[in-house]
Design a protein around this ligand. Structure first.
Ligand SMILES: [Zn+2]
Ligand SMILES: [Zn+2]
Length: 123
């Protein structure tokens, strides 16, 4: 996302976030991942190729995790009444907020979504 596909991810880092539209160019990653995942799952079932199914399921689980953790839990693009007060998920949100403090394409840290520096467990 911060490499050759930065042009799709860049608008996710615009501060303040865009309010005039729900969708971001960054959402194109869902299509980028969904299309090969669907092909792999369909081909996996059609030709009984277990590795295709496993890879397709893995891509799908990654996309679901990215949507639920990144878009819903962290960025609250879909309203969520759950308040995170501490523990792993609070640290995860702090780590991702640190990712968003970068000022240009080279100045970002915490690329990992689920795995991050343990210092974010401290407030
Ligand atoms: Zn980023
Ligand atoms: Zn983000």
């Amino acid at each position: 996302m911060h490499g050759f596909l930065w042009s799709f991810h860049r608008d996710h880092h615009i501060i303040p976030p865009q309010k005039d539209t729900f969708f971001q160019k960054n959402d194109l990653f869902f299509l980028i991942y969904a299309f090969p995942a669907m092909i792999l799952i369909i081909a996996g079932f059609a030709y009984a190729v277990t590795p295709f199914l496993a890879i397709g399921a893995g891509i799908t689980l990654y996309g679901l995790t990215y949507f639920l953790i990144h878009d819903v839990l962290i960025h609250r693009r879909i309203p969520l009444k759950i308040k995170i007060t501490g523990g792993y998920f609070a640290a995860l949100v702090r780590a991702h907020e640190a990712h968003h403090t970068g000022k240009n394409v080279k100045d970002f840290n915490n690329y990992g979504l689920l795995i991050f520096n343990p210092r974010y467990f401290r407030k």
